[in-house]
Design a protein around this ligand. Structure first.
Ligand code: NAG
Ligand code: NAG
Ligand code: NAG
Ligand code: NAG
Ligand code: NAG
Ligand code: NAG
Ligand code: NAG
Ligand code: NAG
Ligand code: NAG
Ligand code: NAG
Ligand code: NAG
Ligand code: NAG
Length: 601
């Protein structure tokens, strides 16, 4: 209030009301000059006078109207009659002017001054009194509080603790906004269909003749989240277990959207960049980024599929086996493990079939498959690989025979028929013309390659020939085994340099059933080093058993020989108590050194 120019505080307007008469006639009339209404501005609480002045006319009747209601009537010479409710404020000056003491807002109005003189034409003039209050404490608010892009409208409205506004002007970023009845009503400004470009500083400039106030408000038009994106760095079609990468989630919005990463139904991070180091296959999958405008609660989301791959740990394996009673071949390819599973093909076998981690193809065995190599192609995103497999019919083979004695004292003959084949061959056994069945005398190993025959009596082994047939789907090989009694095919004697030690060696024909050997000597007694305590046994033809060797032995050492004496040696093959034909007799002694060619019987 104190800032208001003091010259304005007390407003007076002078009007001259002239009573002019024509001097030459009797005709007079009242003249008010200037005519028309006059505008008076006043600050609340001040004194203001609507001033009129007249002279010449005597005893006129004077009246003041507030709008159309008389508030003062006065006949010259008498006391003025003032509207009872307004006597505190209204005062009629002696010269007819109307003074408002301590004027208040409700006195803003039009006032008409009317002067009447009997016989003369009534004259009047009108004042407009505007009472103003200083504008104070203006605030701006928006309706609604949050201005969101795409909504119908928002409104800015000012309010103040006091004041009378004569004029309001709205500004956006310092530029005046053209207002009209459509966007501005009373104390407000309306913005229709706000967009983000309506964000900025708004202000309203309020004025009256006694002051002006500018009030500012920053308005942010909220939008988003929109245009969400996920970027992976480095960008790759897939990642290998152990790789590291960054996933960034981006999205536009005001305010900047908040971020929530969701993986496997769990919230895993609220930072815009997801730092994935040393990823494992279990971390592969869909990563969803939820963007949220914290103010508008609008949401948007985007997902990224992370592929984390791992090579199978081993190398691919190819194999072939026989199926359907040894009739068909099943080719097999396997490269298991890894993420994802490798895709497997046997392109030359059947291009239309593939497997994941595992592939089996069954085909009819036919001759053209024998010895043919098939390649299995194995495709994994990290590595392509392959393996080869060749099926082949059983190759020619030689059966082997081993003889042992079991705990029950039975001779056990094991015949092995092993033929190289792919898939490995199944062995069928027969004795004479009869198939051998698994039982107590004959026992076939679970892989069928070995037949064990058990008997006390060696002659029983020799009654029938055995045959083994090795078969796979591509063919078979058949062998006949004629077991023989204990026998020795070839033998030799090797003395040492000075003739005190010698080594006897011998061989056994294949398929001969032998459980041990008696080493026999004829000649002077030896020292005990030859370690056979049954020296008294086996004396025949003057030969004496000096050592016993097991069926697997093919040599014997004889010690403490006297080089000056003559000895004779022979080896007797044995099947338990059954003796076979003795070996030839080897002689050693003076006259016949270093040779066994000159042996004698
Ligand atoms: C207004 O008029 C009243 C009565 O004459 C007087 O007492 C008062 O001081 C005046 N006020 C001002 C501000 O001039
Ligand atoms: C009428 O009287 C008032 C108060 O006395 C005064 O302020 C004003 O100047 C007068 N008007 C004229 C025209 O003399
Ligand atoms: C002026 O009028 C107001 C009410 O209109 C009143 O409260 C105030 O006391 C008055 N002031 C004087 C000085 O009379
Ligand atoms: C005063 O009169 C003018 C012109 O006749 C009119 O426009 C205005 O509204 C009136 N003011 C009041 C407060 O009645
Ligand atoms: C106007 O605002 C000022 C400061 O904020 C405060 O002290 C004063 O009381 C307010 N006036 C009214 C009439 O509310
Ligand atoms: C107000 O809006 C109506 C309807 O849109 C239009 O016809 C009119 O011209 C507008 N008035 C102004 C002053 O712009
Ligand atoms: C409003 O925005 C203007 C211009 O951008 C800035 O200078 C001012 O500090 C802001 N005011 C508020 C209260 O944020
Ligand atoms: C996970 O995030 C979503 C989206 O931001 C949210 O709605 C949910 O409440 C969060 N859950 C937990 C357990 O924090
Ligand atoms: C990611 O995390 C690893 C290990 O915690 C850290 O060494 C690396 O600097 C991080 N990278 C970024 C871009 O934050
Ligand atoms: C598989 O056999 C093909 C020809 O048949 C040969 O080129 C390739 O080197 C073999 N691969 C392997 C792993 O033995
Ligand atoms: C024969 O019998 C033995 C013992 O009962 C068994 O271990 C073996 O697997 C059988 N052989 C075959 C080919 O069935
Ligand atoms: C066993 O086979 C041989 C030779 O093939 C043959 O001479 C012999 O007669 C056969 N023995 C038996 C008992 O069939």
């Amino acid at each position: 209030m104190t800032k208001v120019d003091k010259t304005k505080r007390f407003s007076e307007v002078f009007l001259f009301l002239l009573l002019s008469c024509t001097f030459q006639g009797t005709h007079c009339e009242l003249v008010l000059s200037p005519t028309g209404h006059t505008v008076v501005n006043a600050e609340v609480g001040r004194n203001v006078t609507l001033a009129v002045s007249f002279s010449g006319a005597t005893d006129p009747v004077v009246a003041w109207f507030m709008k159309d209601v008389p508030v003062i009537t006065w006949t010259f010479g008498s006391s003025p009659i003032i509207d009872g409710k307004k006597t505190n404020v209204l005062r009629l000056e002696p010269n007819g002017s109307l003074t408002f003491v301590n004027v208040s807002l409700e006195f803003s109005s039009n006032y008409t001054f009317e002067i009447t003189k009997a016989g003369l034409k009534q004259v009047s003039t009108t004042f407009t009194l505007n009472v103003f209050e200083i504008i104070q404490n203006v605030t701006l608010r928006s309706e609604p509080d949050l201005v969101i892009e795409g909504t119908d409208r928002f409104m800015l409205e000012y309010s103040m603790s006091q004041g009378v506004v004569q004029q309001q002007t709205w500004f956006y970023n310092g530029r005046e906004i053209q207002t009209n009845s459509n966007n501005s009503k009373d104390k407000s400004l309306v913005i229709l269909r706000p967009t983000r470009s309506d964000t900025g500083q708004y202000s309203v400039f309020l004025t009256n003749p006694f002051g002006s106030v500018t009030t500012y408000m920053n308005v942010t038009v909220l939008y988003g989240p929109e245009d969400p994106k996920i970027q992976a760095r480095p960008a790759q079609p897939f990642y290998v277990s152990g790789d590291s990468l960054l996933l960034s989630c981006l999205g536009e919005g005001s305010p900047k959207p908040s971020i929530e990463w969701i993986f496997g139904g769990q919230n895993i991070s609220r930072s815009a960049i997801l730092n994935l180091t040393n990823v494992k296959t279990g971390q592969g999958g869909d990563y969803t980024c939820m963007l949220l405008n914290e103010l508008t609660k609008n949401q948007s989301q985007i997902s990224f599929t992370l592929d984390v791959y791992e090579r199978p740990s081993e190398n691919p394996l190819c194999s072939v086996q026989s199926v359907n009673n040894n009739v068909d071949l099943q080719y097999h390819c396997q490269w298991s493990g890894g993420t994802p599973q490798a895709r497997l093909f046997f392109p030359e076998l059947d291009n239309s079939k593939s497997g994941l981690g595992n592939l089996s193809l069954t085909v009819n065995a036919s001759e053209n498959l024998d010895g043919r190599t098939f390649m299995c192609l194995t495709e994994h995103p990290i590595e392509k690989n392959k393996c080869n497999i060749t099926a082949s019919s059983p190759l020619k083979f030689l059966p082997t025979v081993q003889t042992t004695v079991n705990f029950a004292g039975k001779i056990v003959v094991s015949i092995h028929c092993v033929s190289e084949a792919s898939p490995s061959a199944v062995v069928l056994w027969s004795r004479g013309s009869e198939a051998v069945t698994n039982g107590t005398t004959h026992q076939i190993s679970s892989d069928t390659t070995q037949l064990q025959i058990r008997d006390y009596n060696v002659s029983n082994f020799l009654l029938q020939n055995y045959t083994c047939t090795c078969k796979n789907p591509l063919g078979g090989q058949r062998r006949e085994i004629q077991l023989r009694g204990p026998s020795i095919s070839n033998s030799n004697l090797f003395p040492n340099q000075d003739g005190t030690i010698l080594t006897l060696t011998w061989e056994v024909p294949p398929y001969s059933v032998v459980t041990g050997f008696d080493i026999q000597m004829k000649g002077p007694d030896l020292q005990s080093k030859n370690r056979y305590d049954a020296q008294s046994k086996g004396k025949s033809n003057g030969f004496q058993t000096i050592q016993w060797k097991p069926g697997s032995a093919r040599s014997a050492d004889i010690f403490d020989l006297n080089p000056k004496l003559t000895y004779r040696f022979q080896v007797i093959p044995k099947a338990l108590r059954t003796d076979g034909e003795p070996s030839e007799v080897h002689r050693i002694g003076p006259g016949n050194t270093n040779t066994n060619r000159f042996n004698s019987s």
